[in-house]
Structure formats: structure tokens, C-alpha cells
Design a protein around this ligand. Sequence first.
Ligand code: SAM
Length: 252
Amino acid sequence: MHNKDEDDITHFGFQNVYKCEKTSLVSNIFRLVASKYDLMNDLMSFGIHRVWKRCMVYHSGVYVGCKVLDLAGGTGDLSIQFSRLVGDTGIVVLVDINDSMLHIGRKKIRNLGIINNVIYIQADAEFLPFPENTFDCVAVSFGLRNFTNKEQALFSIHRVLKSRGKLLILDFGVPTFKLLNIIYDLYSFHILPKMGECIAKDTNSYRYLVESIRMHPDQETLKDMIIQIGFKNVKYFNMTGGIAVLHCAYKY
Ligand code: SAM
């Protein structure tokens, strides 16, 4: 492989693919899993993803009147919680690249009677279609690891955050102790794809989800990446023994 080719290659789970292909491959995965996404999230995490997301919203510091970006917001779990915090004078913008996920999110949110303060935009995290200094908070839950160019997405987030605005990233991490790591590996590689096969009739998409978790940077590497972009006061909190991690940072 020539150097130029190596520069053009990225990972899609454990496979190497051309960077220009990855976004649409990821989008196809979420189109396939969209209708079962919420059910599978609850089953695969035993409902714990709800606790992680509550913790994220708790750390957001969002209050009445804030403008919040729920980036890669999918079926809208965070948007629902943020819409209650920002009230009628604030706004939550749910951005996702995938129309199927957005459609399910919009339906779920509207069925809860939330109509006035959430808007929905289909866009790529790497090229956010907002002016500079727009949002008080940008939250990305379980989205970053799917982006083709994470640095580009972080630059794009930095641009649209207001000065003193807060970035929150919730994603999977590396478990902090060995036994948990072994159990987690067994569960991820042997049980999760089977659950995907039985419930969603789709082994490959769930195998990608597991592989993409393993290819995601560990806690310290992601922290360094966020610092390199120019964010300040970067911290992270391990949850459930490091299976999930919340990174918090500010734009000054
Ligand atoms: N945030 C939701 C949650 O925590 O339940 C959904 C997370 S889901 C695992 C990942 C989401 O990222 C999908 O809805 C997918 O369409 C979206 N996504 C992937 N790549 C994206 C990109 N480049 N820009 C915006 N959204 C993207």
C-alpha cells in the first residue's frame, strides 16, 4: 500500500476501508438497526445506558434558556432530558446523519408532547451547519466512535460552541480492571452478536458496534485528542468500571 493510500484508509470496526466510504457504511448500519435501536440499547446494557445518560445531563450545567446541540442524537434520549431543562426560552437541536434514526427520534419526542423547543437537522458532525459561537453545550452520546474523522468533528464542535460553552462526550471506554475486561470481552463478542441475530435479525450490525467500541481511543488518548483541539479543563469520569466514560471540556 502506498503512503497516500494509507492516509486515505480508516477503520470500520476491525476492517480497513477508504475514508470516503466510512460515513455511508456507518449510516447504513444505523438505517438497519433504527427500528430496534431503543429496545436493543435497553437489552444490551440492562438499562444502564439510561443511568449513564442521566449522569451526562446532570454534569451538563444546562439551565433554562440554554441552546444545546444533541449531536449524533439518534432516537433522542438526551434531547428529551435537555428539552425539560432548557424550557420554553431555550432550544435543543438534535443533529444526526441518518434520516431513519432522526425519524424515530422525532416521533418519540413528539409523542411525549415535546413540540416547541426541539428541532431536528440531518447533518454530518464533521461539517456542522451552524454559525460560530452558537451553543452553550454540545453533547455527543455514543456517537464519536462512529465518526470518520474525530478530530475534524471536534474542530467543528469547537467552532459552534460559545465561549465558556461545554462539551460532553459519553462513549465506551476501557474497563479499569482486568476481570471486568475479560467478562466484558466475552459478553461483547459472544453474546451481543447473538442477541442482534435473535432480536434484530442482524448479526453484522451488532458485530460492527462491538468492534467499533474496541477501535475507539481509550480514556487518556481521547482526553489528549480533546486538549489538542484547543478545549480547556478537560476531565473524564469512568462509569461502571470504565465500561462507559464521560469526557467534559470547555471552550474558552
Ligand atoms: N446519541 C444516541 C444515543 O446515545 O442513544 C444515538 C447514538 S447511536 C450509537 C450513534 C448515532 O450517531 C447514530 O444515530 C448515527 O446515525 C449517528 N452518526 C454516525 N456518524 C455520524 C456523523 N458523521 N454525523 C452525525 N451523526 C452521526
